[in-house]
Design a protein around this ligand. Structure first.
Ligand SMILES: Nc1ncnc2c1ncn2[C@@H]1O[C@H](COP(=O)(O)OP(=O)(O)OP(=O)(O)O)[C@@H](O)[C@H]1O
Ligand SMILES: [Mg+2]
Length: 293
């Protein structure tokens, strides 16, 4: 009996959150271990279906880096990275589009569907969702002070989000799952970092929350201690001191873009914890790192 009452209490504790979040949009970047480990995959899909059934509108943006590397290697192509970003030539972009827009996207769609949700896969091309431009990366050369342009190939930045297609699929109860690919000015296919896509989409939808799943407990400091809240000034200094580096930089930048665009809350959380989404959304204390203005 006691156990049953406890179960009821757990559900009742969630009531204020459910009331508060009913009808709101949560943009979730899905990546890392939560996309590889079978148990974590199921837990993620269950969380998404549950959120959707209690009236929250989840929008998923996914990455898929490791899978792209694996398939490239199978095809006899060596992945190359320039300052942490994938160099993408025209053969590589075909592989990226096949793997992200085909394989990975449909695996997530069918994972959610197998748990009773109704997901629909989109890339940034579908319905003109994402307008992109070629990314220009500049590196200041110490000697002359003139910025040197680093060519990343077919890599894009989000220029504009046209969210109509998301509204259309949500109106009929579908959960959108977005692959971070789009077309540029010359209709060339561009590969975009999924964190940036999630930030831009969250902004365009005025989402309630942007949640980025990753393989660390959140952002950690020099002593590897979790930082639970982080604002603009600290972010700048942590990046300059190399405390925040590599794949964490697009995440904090995506959160900042989202906050500027009117998103209420942004979180970087540990995707290795089963049901971490529910823990973040339905508990007072929260989990991981919250990025604030
Ligand atoms: N201060 C920091 N705290 C935590 N992680 C950090 C920090 N600075 C850099 N990192 C690195 O950022 C990584 C997370 O970004 P990464 O791009 O590797 O993963 P992801 O975006 O979750 O997955 P994917 O890009 O494959 O979708 C961490 O694994 C860690 O190595
Ligand atoms: Mg990443």
């Amino acid at each position: 009996m006691k156990a049953i009452i406890e179960k009821a209490n757990v559900l009742i504790e969630a009531l204020p959150y459910i009331r508060n979040f009913y009808g709101k949009t949560f943009v979730i970047k899905y990546g890392g271990a939560a996309m590889v480990d079978e148990k974590l995959k199921d837990a993620f899909a269950q969380d998404i279906v549950l959120l959707n059934l209690i009236g929250i509108k989840p929008v998923i943006v996914h990455g898929g880096g490791p899978k792209i590397n694996k398939i490239m290697e199978k095809m006899g192509k060596k992945p190359t990275f320039v300052r942490g970003q994938r160099f993408t030539d025209s053969e590589t972009i075909d592989i990226v589009e096949m793997v992200l827009g085909g394989l990975v996207n449909k695996q997530i769609v069918s994972l959610i569907n197998s748990h009773g949700g109704r997901a629909i896969g989109l890339s940034g091309k579908d319905g003109g969702l994402l307008k992109a431009r070629r990314k220009v990366m500049r590196k200041r050369s110490a000697a002359a002070g003139t910025p040197e342009i680093i060519d990343l190939g077919l890599v894009g930045d989000v220029e504009k989000v046209r969210p109509q297609i998301i509204h259309s699929v949500e109106k009929d109860g579908f959960i959108p799952v977005i692959a971070p690919i789009s077309a540029g000015k010359k209709n060339e296919t561009l590969n975009i970092n999924a964190d940036y896509v999630a930030g831009a989409v969250a902004s365009a939808l005025s989402a309630e929350k942007l949640i980025l799943l990753t393989d660390t407990k959140g952002i950690v400091d020099k002593k590897k201690k979790l930082i639970s809240t982080l604002g603009k000034t600290k972010i700048r200094s942590h990046i300059s001191k190399n405390i925040i580096s590599g794949g964490m930089i697009p995440k904090v930048e995506a959160c900042q873009t989202a906050l500027k665009g009117g998103v209420k809350k942004t979180h970087i959380i540990d995707g290795r914890v089963p049901h971490v989404l529910l823990l973040e959304i339905f508990t007072e204390k929260g989990i991981g790192t919250e990025i604030v203005k």
